[in-house]
Design a protein around this ligand. Structure first.
Ligand SMILES: O=C(O)CCC(=O)C(=O)O
Length: 177
């Protein structure tokens, strides 16, 4: 893993973490039962439910393709995710607004791990208390980004709109208590 920006303390990036990302993307687009309750993107949840943005998800087993990624993530980060929340951005109009993930109810390092599939999109950080301080990180297909607690407390992050017609999916892993 490499540190991407010194000010983003504890954020680590692995560029080619899942080399077979195109096959995983095709599986996810075609086989995941996508939830349309949020307008800005589609979602799905596996494992121990992580209820988020006012939505609840039913507990469910990890399907085999996701379980393989979950195990590889555990080996990489040193804690065991038991939840995966998937976000499906069909094109550049789909997005996620600025937020910090709550540590409440999370084990592991209280953080989140993002595995990216599909078109590369920018993850934008802005410093809490000084929104002019910004850092952009490109999330390449097949990459892993790990965000621990310190960065969530000091920075918010967002996935802004982009000028692309290509889809992206993020697999976001957490350890839910
Ligand atoms: O889709 C993404 O990569 C963003 C995910 C995210 O911001 C989060 O899970 O907190």
């Amino acid at each position: 893993m490499v540190e991407i920006a010194p000010e983003l303390v504890g954020v680590r990036y692995v560029p080619n973490f899942w080399p077979d990302h195109a096959a995983l993307m095709a599986w996810a687009v075609g086989s995941v039962p996508w939830d349309d309750r949020i307008k800005a993107r589609k979602t799905a949840g596996y494992g121990v439910p992580y209820d988020y943005a006012g939505l609840t998800y039913a507990p469910s087993d990890f399907p085999a393709p996701l379980e393989a990624v979950r195990r590889a993530v555990a080996a990489e980060v040193g804690w065991e995710p038991n939840n995966c929340l998937l976000n499906y951005y069909p094109d550049g109009r789909s997005r996620m607004g600025f937020h910090s993930d709550s540590a409440m109810g999370l084990a592991g390092d209280g953080g989140v791990v993002i595995v990216s599939l599909g078109v590369a999109r920018r993850l934008r950080f802005r410093r809490v208390g000084d929104y002019e301080a910004r850092v952009n990180v490109w999330l390449e297909p097949g990459s892993l980004l790990s965000m621990g607690r310190p960065v969530q407390d000091a920075w918010q992050h967002a996935l802004p709109r982009a000028s692309t017609y290509e889809p992206r999916i993020s697999l976001t892993f957490r350890a839910v208590l």
